[in-house]
Design a protein around this ligand. Structure first.
Ligand SMILES: [Zn+2]
Length: 1198
């Protein structure tokens, strides 16, 4: 600032300003103001200066200036109207510019209160001075929005009614009306005020001001609408406005028609805002429907679609329409699972007792929970429930609460965080588990070390037992019969079907486990494969038939040349072909031939013949008699990268509008059931107008398909067996498609509130035509994918007494490339129980003489499947004492996976682990020499077989049963825990326990562990009040993984013990077995947002790699945990600093440990932003990657 420039444009020296303020101040101080003329003159001069000089304005508002105090004091003290007016003019000038800062100063000096008192004072004069009120309200309108307490202050001062009365008396006085309305709008934002103003007739008053299209007084109209919108947030006010819904709709249409240049979008938005709040109540929704609101908003929105700036209107319209869309029941008679497995004992109060009204024993609790059989669990009564509407009102608050729920879940009971001394099991009782630990007592006396080949077959291979180990705890159960579990419904085709279904491979169900078995063995491929060949020929020949004139895929019309059928595969010496070769050959045009994929070259663990053998002993509740092609052919991971899909703008909106059209144009809807498991004839034969669906194969779970429009289908998933929910996993088959048609599929009974399908995840598809063309693979596919709350809901009874819950739609679009194709869709890469059995058998064949591998049957499941337990380590080098001693004393590593059937990725990670462990690399050998591995690769075979997402046949989540597993209801958990208890009892608790899972909400791979300290830090327990001694070793393994595995993210790991997790494997093994390194390893179902795979969806290759890297990490852990090495690796194990760093991250991001299987809170209503704040962006740590590479190198040299 130029200090020499002391004069202004008017030539008044600045010291005269100082003088005038000095005079004002003096007058105030002396409380005189006796001569109003002096004050009048001074304030008039100040006003003049302020109007003409920016400098004066700045000076008054500058820091350290007492200008504002002087002005306010004068305002408070003077009784002279002209002086007050002068000051109000001054304030209007001052507060118009300078943004919030000047108003902030004004508010902080008590300005609001003084103005409100003036309002009261002025109201007592009759009639009140119009100019006075105008100026006063103009200042208030500026101050109000910036003063958070404005509404309360106004009410306490009694100013509300003054403004309202002023309005009522001046409805034609537009000059005065505007500032009053602006003030009223601020009043109304306070909920208490809104109710009080409503009682005073303000809602009606607003309806007098608003009206149809006019070029005049648009600002008045806008403010009235915003005020009305604020008032209507109160339910009583909304009720008052219900009668005006037709008016609002009429006005909206009028503005929509006439505001052709879109100059008044805010007015239109204001009208919608009012409708939005009125439709929060049931009466409002009814009035909206009655007034044809759906059609009006649908049509206006469609007309707005081409103009991007009108998006806010479309979004609000869409929100209102979705809210008013009548809630529907699912097209089912009951939401209970189609299939029921009769439990031998139904525990009272358990989920099955609650769900099925069974005439079994049970106390009062059982009766309380059991609902009468006549109650329809599908019908939705949420519209009768006004409480449900409160949700919409408080959605933001709920979201806010949700966000902090993670913290509420942290265990605060310090006793529950300390090791639990369990004496519940006597050692005598556990002793029977000794037989699963033969390696701990093995002396190898009969083992021939000179000729290990002979020795191997003599010892480690032999113990593979095919019978379940019967332990006393299960003796109470009646002997298992070889027949499948009792069924409620008969399967239409329990016996072999003579004519092969085009779409599926039918297998001979070997009920007693012999007979055909040996037959197939001796003549591989004789029966089934002959049928398959026929089936494939039909696939191709159909294409050449009369309907095959499309010519889209010429090669499909060639009769397939299946050299020797499926059994005689390609792959003799010199004939090896990669998938790329096949692809090339396929493109060579005329004369190209079809080859059945020979996955043996690329998939060493896959064998179609063996698969069919294995599937015969797999027991399913629906008694599946078919095998899905993908499981038979196998899956070769594609070589191309599959990027996380970028969400197209407006996808959700378009999909929702298509849904709303169902209501607007009901005649366009076909509503044709094309697949229904609930009725006996499972498939509907059709003249080619509809797709054909099927999912009656292992892990399949489609319940119903309804053709909605020509190319659109609603799909309903089956519930987990013995339950009425858990819909997320899906696996089904589609055929009969038209090439190039834009199909839309909607899975309409999803339950999670959000899904990675909103953040770039695609569904998986397997095309049989692609497979026989040499590309047997699951590929990420689908466009226009999104996930949103739909108009279906279930009854509160079905929802367990809670309010009726809405379902969600997962929708994707798809164009098929091949005619006469059979395609499969899945939530994630399928991995069936039969696949596991096949892989285990093939792995055994990979065993080298140095490998010790034993496969035991831990127990039988409720469904009659066996649960395998593997023991893998290295054979001792000799029978010398030292060697045997080293062998027996190797630390144990205990791994498990697939307790949740829908998390198939966990099985792929486990496959990677098993393949690595059984491999011939020096690294694998070192690993086997370092540890004894105990592995339960599938904790929930029944769930996997039957297409469940979450539960076992007991209708329960097995990973919530670890505290007190029942040998009858949760045998796999009971016996796995017993194995661990046995180990603890003999002082051989494992060094590491890890249970592999899949995560549907987050990206990357990460771990959950258990730490007393980190849990306490998250709570309000003072860490100093309890002495905490904790070894930080639990961080080592995840830290190593983050340094070497590209998909692994340390930032996503959490070591906090949550209350909701106290019965999970991780927490129970930590607390009861005393395993410090007890983990859940979560792999994303979607993809990665950091590291080498950033931006890519995860595939089986990456998952298997993760499983292998887990092994390598264990090897490094071994070195690091050896005391001598520890010091040298201090840099790697800089745990303390790392811990603090993570702690900071964790505190700022409580969602880190939301329930591992819970989706993020999601503002569903309209969300077009793909990734907004969903997951924290983790910068790829290049340093770590570098380290990783060098370390890998070092490892491979060792
Ligand atoms: Zn899980």
């Amino acid at each position: 600032m130029n200090k020499h420039n002391m004069t202004t444009e008017k030539g008044i020296p600045s010291n005269s300003r100082v003088l005038m303020f000095g005079q004002l101040e003096k007058l105030n101080r002396e409380s005189m103001l006796v001569d109003p003329e002096i004050a009048r003159q001074i304030t008039a001069k100040v006003l003049h200066l302020i109007q003409t000089q920016e400098k004066t304005r700045k000076e008054i508002m500058s820091k350290g200036s007492s200008g504002m105090e002087v002005i306010l004091a004068t305002l408070e003290n003077t009784q002279d109207l002209q002086t007050i007016l002068n000051i109000l003019y001054i304030l209007n000038e001052l507060l118009t510019v300078g943004g919030g800062r000047r108003i902030g100063v004004f508010v902080s000096k008590g300005g609001t209160g003084i103005l409100l008192q003036l309002v009261i004072r002025a109201s007592k004069e009759s009639p009140p001075s119009e100019e006075f009120m105008l100026q006063l309200h103009s200042v208030l309108a500026k101050v109000g929005p910036k003063d958070r307490k404005f509404g309360v202050k106004a009410r306490l001062n009694g100013a509300l009614n003054v403004t309202v009365n002023l309005l009522k008396q001046n409805l034609q006085n537009h000059k005065l009306l505007l500032p009053c309305l602006l003030v009223l709008q601020v009043y109304s934002s306070n909920t208490v005020n809104a109710v009080s103003l409503g009682k005073n007739g303000v809602v009606e008053l607003m309806f007098k001001i608003i009206g149809p299209y006019s070029k005049k007084n648009t600002s008045l109209l806008k403010v009235s609408l915003d005020t009305l919108g604020a008032l209507l947030k109160s339910k009583t006010n909304a009720q008052r406005a219900v009668v005006h819904v037709p008016v609002l709709l009429y006005i909206y249409q009028d503005w929509h028609r006439n505001d052709t240049r879109h100059r008044h979008i805010l007015i239109r938005k204001g009208i919608l805002g009012c409708l939005k709040n009125i439709t929060n109540i049931k009466l409002g929704r009814k009035a909206f429907i009655d007034a044809d609101g759906m059609r009006i908003l649908y049509n206006t929105s469609n007309e707005c679609l081409p103009v991007r700036t009108l998006d806010p209107l479309i979004n609000t319209s869409s929100l209102i329409m979705r809210k008013c869309f009548p809630k529907n029941r699912l097209p089912l008679s009951t939401i209970k699972s189609v299939f029921h497995h009769q439990l031998l004992r139904v525990p009272a109060g358990g989920p099955v007792a609650q769900l099925y009204n069974q005439p079994l024993g049970g106390g009062p609790i059982y009766q309380f929970y059991t609902k009468p059989p006549w109650v329809d669990d599908v019908v939705d009564e949420s519209d009768n429930n006004e409480d449900a509407e409160a949700e919409t009102d408080t959605e933001n608050e709920m979201e806010e609460k949700d966000r902090h729920a993670g913290n509420d879940d942290v265990e605060t009971d310090i006793n529950k965080l300390r090791p639990k001394e369990t004496h519940s099991r006597l050692f005598e009782e556990l002793k029977i588990y000794e037989r699963f630990f033969m390696e701990l007592s093995e002396d190898f006396q009969v083992f021939n070390f000179d000729n290990p080949k002979r020795g191997v077959t003599a010892i480690p291979a032999a113990p593979k037992s095919h019978c379940p180990i019967i332990v006393p705890t299960t003796q109470a159960m009646p002997p298992k019969t070889p027949t499948a579990a009792p069924l409620q419904r008969e399967c239409p085709h329990p016996a072999p079907v003579p004519a092969l279904d085009l779409d599926t491979i039918n297998i001979t169900k070997d009920q007693d486990g012999c007979g055909d078995h040996t037959h197939s063995r001796s003549h591989p491929g004789a029966g089934l494969e002959q049928e398959l060949v026929q089936g494939l020929e039909r696939v191709a020949l159909d294409g050449a038939g009369p309907q095959g004139g499309g010519g889209v895929n010429k090669h499909n019309r060639q009769p397939p040349i299946l050299a020797g059928g499926v059994a005689a595969r390609l792959g003799g010496e010199g004939e090896e072909m990669s998938a790329e070769d096949w692809a090339e050959e396929e493109e060579s045009g005329e004369g190209a031939v079809l080859h059945v994929p020979d996955t043996a070259l690329l998939l060493p663990l896959h064998d179609p013949d063996l698969y069919v053998e294995m599937v015969k002993s797999t027991r399913s509740v629906p008694q599946f008699s078919e095998v899905a092609y993908p499981d038979y052919f196998g899956h070769v991971a594609p070589t191309s990268r599959e990027h996380i899909l970028e969400r197209v703008y407006g996808v959700q909106r378009t999909k929702i509008f298509q849904d709303i059209e169902r209501l607007i144009h009901p005649n366009d809807i076909l509503d044709k059931v094309v697949y229904d498991l609930d009725i006996q004839s499972c498939t509907v034969v059709d003249g080619g107008e509809s797709l054909k669906f099927n999912s009656q194969f292992e892990s399949g779970n489609l319940r119903k398909a309804v053709q909605v429009r020509k190319f659109e289908y609603d799909l309903v998933l089956n519930s987990d067996i013995n339950s009425n929910h858990y819909h997320q996993w899906f696996y089904f088959e589609v055929s009969g498609m038209c090439v190039g048609a834009p199909y839309r599929f909607n899975i309409i009974n999803c339950e999670k509130s959000n899904s990675q399908f909103n953040y770039g995840m695609q569904v998986l598809m397997y095309s049989v035509q692609e497979a026989i063309s040499g590309r047997p693979r699951w590929v990420r596919t689908g466009t226009d994918i999104c996930y949103y709350k739909n108009h279906f809901s279930r009854s509160s009874i079905a929802a367990g007494g809670q309010k009726g819950k809405s379902y969600y739609t997962m929708t994707f679009s798809m164009t098929f490339n091949h005619k006469d194709d059979v395609c499969y869709f899945a939530y994630h890469y399928p991995y069936t129980y039969t696949t596991l059995k096949m892989h285990l058998q093939k792995l055994e064949a990979l065993r080298t003489p140095q490998t010790y591998l034993r496969e035991d049957v831990l127990c039988e499941t409720l469904g009659g499947n066996s649960c395998p337990l593997l023991t893998i380590t290295a054979m001792p080098e000799s029978t010398s004492n030292d060697q045997i001693c080293q062998f027996r004393n190797r630390p144990l590593v205990f791994l498990s996976s697939r307790v949740h059937p829908g998390e198939t990725n966990a099985s792929w990670v486990m496959k990677g682990t098993l393949e690595f462990l059984m491999g011939s690399s020096p690294l694998a050998h070192s690993l086997r020499e370092a540890y004894i591995f105990k592995i339960v690769p599938m904790l929930n075979p029944d769930g996997v077989v039957n297409g469940n997402h979450r539960c076992s046949l007991s209708g329960e989540d097995l990973n919530r049963q670890w505290q007190n597993p029942s040998p009858e209801l949760h045998p796999t958990i009971y016996h796995t825990k017993s194995l661990l208890q046995y180990l603890a009892a003999i002082q051989r608790a494992p060094l590491v326990f890890c249970d592999y899972h899949g995560h549907s909400r987050k990206k990357n791979v990460f771990m959950y562990g258990c730490s007393l300290k980190e849990t306490v830090w998250e709570t309000n327990i003072s860490a100093t009040s309890c002495e905490l001694h904790e070894d930080l070793g639990y961080r080592t393994l995840p830290k190593i993984l983050s340094q070497m595995a590209p998909a692994f993210s340390m930032a996503s790991c959490s070591f906090v013990v949550e209350r909701s997790k106290e019965a999970t494997a991780r927490v129970v093994v930590w607390r009861e077995i005393g395993v410090q390194r007890s983990y859940t390893m979560e792999s994303t179902l979607c993809g990665c947002d950091q590291g080498k795979y950033k931006g890519l969806q995860i595939g089986t290759r990456e998952l298997e790699e993760m499983g292998a890297q887990f092994c390598v990490a264990l090897l490094r852990l071994k070195r690091l945990t050896s005391p001598l090495k520890l010091r040298n690796h201090a840099h790697l194990l800089d745990v303390e600093s790392d811990l603090m760093e993570t702690r900071c991250k964790v505190s700022s991001n409580p969602s880190t440990y939301l329930l591992e299987d819970e989706e993020a809170s999601f503002m569903e209503e309209v969300d077009y932003s793909a990734e907004s704040g969903d997951e924290p962006d983790n910068d790829p740590n290049t340093a770590d990657n570098h380290l990783s590479e060098s370390n890998n190198h070092r490892d491979s040299l060792t």
